[in-house]
Design a protein around this ligand. Structure first.
Ligand SMILES: C[S@@+](CC[C@H](N)C(=O)[O-])C[C@H]1O[C@@H](n2cnc3c(N)ncnc32)[C@H](O)[C@@H]1O
Length: 207
C-alpha cells in the first residue's frame, strides 16, 4: 500500500520536472538520440520525457513498472503520431522480447533504481541486435574519498525510500563496462547543479 502511494507521488512529482529536465538534458539528448532508428526499447520511460527528442518513424516499446506514470506517458505518446508505440507494464529484469530483436535500447536515469543491475544489463544484451546500441544517460557514484562519495553513501537509504529506490552510490559505469565489449562515454557536466545526483555519464555500449 505504501509502495503504491510512494510510486504515485513519485510519478506526479516527476511529471512536474519535465521542463527542468529539458533544460538540463535537452541538448545532449537531441545529439545522443539523433541516430536512433528502427525498433527501440526504452527501459523505465517514466512520464515519457524522452518523446520530445526521438526521431520520426521509429517503433518504440517502453517497459515501465510504475503504472502511475502511464497517464503522463500516454499524453506524450498521443502527441507523436509519427512513432508507433507500445507500453509494457513490467520490469527490465525480465523483458518479454525475443533475442537480438531491437536496434536501440535507451535508459535515462533508470539504472540507479532497478533491483538488479546485472540482470537488467544481461536482458539488454540478449535483446539487442548485433551492432545495435544501448544508449544511456545515468547519474553515478562520485570518486572514492570525496565528500560527495561520503554523503552519497549516507543519503542513499533515504533516497531509496523517497525517490523510488534511487541509489546515489551505484558504480553504474563499472556495471556497464563489465557487461559490454564496447563502451563509449563522456562525463556530462550539467548546466545546473544537481547536488548529490552527480557525476553523470552519457554514452552508448555495444555487445
Ligand atoms: C528517475 S525515473 C526516470 C524516468 C525517465 N527515464 C526519464 O529520464 O525521465 C526512473 C524510472 O525508472 C523506472 N524503473 C524503476 N525500476 C525499474 C525496473 N526494474 N525496470 C524498468 N524501469 C524501472 C521507474 O518507475 C521510473 O519511471
Amino acid at each position: 500500500m505504501f509502495k503504491k502511494l510512494r510510486q504515485k507521488l513519485f510519478a506526479k512529482s516527476f511529471s512536474k520536472k519535465e521542463k527542468l529536465s529539458d533544460q538540463i538534458y535537452g541538448d545532449v539528448k537531441r545529439e545522443l538520440f539523433s541516430d536512433i532508428s528502427g525498433i527501440v526499447l526504452e527501459i523505465g520511460p517514466g512520464t515519457g520525457s524522452n518523446f520530445f527528442y526521438y526521431p520520426s518513424g521509429i517503433s518504440w516499446v517502453g517497459i515501465e513498472p510504475n503504472v502511475f506514470m502511464n497517464k503522463f506517458l500516454k499524453e506524450k505518446i498521443n502527441g507523436r503520431n509519427d512513432i508507433k508505440s507500445e507500453i509494457k507494464i513490467g520490469s527490465a529484469e525480465n523483458i518479454d522480447l525475443p533475442d537480438s530483436s531491437v536496434d536501440f535500447i535507451v535508459s535515462t536515469l533508470v539504472l540507479c533504481s532497478v533491483k538488479d543491475v546485472n540482470k537488467v544489463l544481461a536482458e539488454i544484451k540478449r535483446i539487442l541486435k548485433p551492432g545495435g546500441k544501448f544508449i544511456f544517460i545515468e547519474h553515478v557514484v562520485a570518486p572514492k574519498k570525496t565528500f560527495l562519495h561520503f554523503f552519497q553513501n549516507i543519503l542513499t537509504p533515504f533516497f531509496k525510500i523517497t525517490a523510488d529506490n534511487c541509489h546515489l552510490n551505484r558504480d553504474i559505469l563499472s556495471y556497464i563496462k563489465n557487461n559490454f565489449n564496447e563502451v563509449e562515454y563522456n562525463e556530462f557536466i550539467p548546466k545546473y547543479k544537481l547536488g548529490f545526483l552527480t557525476p553523470h555519464i552519457i554514452g552508448y555500449a555495444k555487445k
